[in-house]
Design a protein around this ligand. Structure first.
Ligand code: AMP
Ligand code: MG
Length: 322
């Protein structure tokens, strides 16, 4: 536990990420309840261990449907819908490729082309068959695997927010490895740092100020490896099976629910600045902060947050000029 100016910070490592909870009261019991809740969801959703509800679905691929608990079913339904969105690079069935590349894990390597070609047909989102009445999920082909890595933290951050609310907490923040959800509005709002790509953990491009909002970032610097001078990062293009390269280093989404932020960072990363801004013009509830390799910070709009630029050498571009 740490304390600065009336804010109490509690940390843990869960889901392979550092987790930070901030409260305005000293309450160890509440903090352990929050960490227990996160762990319960991790146990249901992880694909980084042999057993979980999602792993039961994966183990039964091509064999039979598996009935799962309602939250797991609803999350998979949501992930499937995001995967079928027009022009979406989000793909909940990306598992076989994620497992083959192992990016960010021990043993990561560039797979031979023929391996990728062989795995691609096993990553079709429409072959994730949902039965609403049974609450079951069936992967229609052997070798298929669901991976909820791009959505689970957002979902869990929202559950933590709801839990804190039910406990009567008026102000709090949960940071699940860069996936932030906030409750309430302390003086001036919550300040959330926007990380400088490929720099030390404390080097910030700027500060995002929000109240009662989620701030989620997907960055190509989060998990990657380098081979022969080339960088391979963890957001895969389901059309090619290779990391998706464009002119972006990161996308941050500000939204009410963190699950939206988690989904939209992936969607918008895949669309790029121009198309992303065009799509978000019809979604005032979802706002994006793009960081480009050309060292621009582009805001699609900024009605739910305030951004202050801190880093030298970066140019801030806002709204209609974006
Ligand atoms: P995030 O941290 O939310 O950007 O999600 C990244 C994680 O999502 C990766 O580590 C993979 O587990 C998974 N993933 C990679 N590529 C995709 C994709 N195209 N669609 C959905 N999930 C993906
Ligand atoms: Mg995500």
């Amino acid at each position: 536990m740490s304390q600065t100016e009336g804010v109490y910070g509690y940390s843990a490592v869960l889901m392979g990420s550092p987790i930070l909870l901030k409260l305005f009261e000293h309450n160890e019991t509440l903090a352990s309840q929050v960490f227990r809740l996160i762990k319960q969801y991790e146990d249901l959703l992880t694909v980084n261990r042999a057993e979980s509800q999602v792993m039961s679905i994966n183990h039964a691929a091509g064999k039979h449907p598996v009935t799962v608990s309602r939250p797991v079913f609803e999350l998979i339904k949501c992930a499937k819908a995001a995967s079928l969105f027009p022009d979406s690079i989000f793909n909940l069935a990306i598992g076989p490729l994620v497992k083959r590349w192992k990016i960010g894990f021990k043993g990561d390597s560039v797979p031979p082309e023929q391996d990728i070609a062989a795995l691609l047909p096993r990553t079709q989102p429409h072959q994730v068959v949902l039965d609403e009445a049974e609450g079951s999920v069936y992967l229609a082909h052997t070798g298929m695997e669901i991976d909820l890595g791009a959505i689970a933290k957002g979902y869990i951050a929202d559950r933590v927010r709801d839990f804190l609310k039910r406990q009567g907490v008026e102000q709090g923040l949960i940071n699940l490895g860069g996936n932030v959800q906030t409750l309430g509005s302390p003086e001036g709002g919550w300040s959330i740092g926007l990380k400088k790509p490929f720099s030390g953990p404390d080097e910030m491009l700027g500060v995002i100020e929000v109240a009662n909002k989620s701030v989620v970032t997907s960055g190509v610097y989060e998990r990657y490896f380098e081979l022969d001078g080339k960088r391979y990062h963890h957001i895969l293009d389901p059309r090619t099976g290779y990391p998706l390269d464009n002119d972006l280093d990161s996308v941050t989404i500000v939204s009410t629910d963190s699950i939206d932020g988690d989904i939209w960072t992936t969607l918008i990363y895949g669309m790029g600045v121009e198309k992303g801004c065009a799509v978000l013009a019809n979604r005032p509830d979802i706002e994006a902060i793009f960081v480009t390799k050309r060292r621009e910070i582009i805001l699609s709009s900024a009605s739910q947050f305030r951004f202050t630029l801190l880093a030298d050498g970066y140019q801030l571009i806002t709204g209609s000029t974006a």
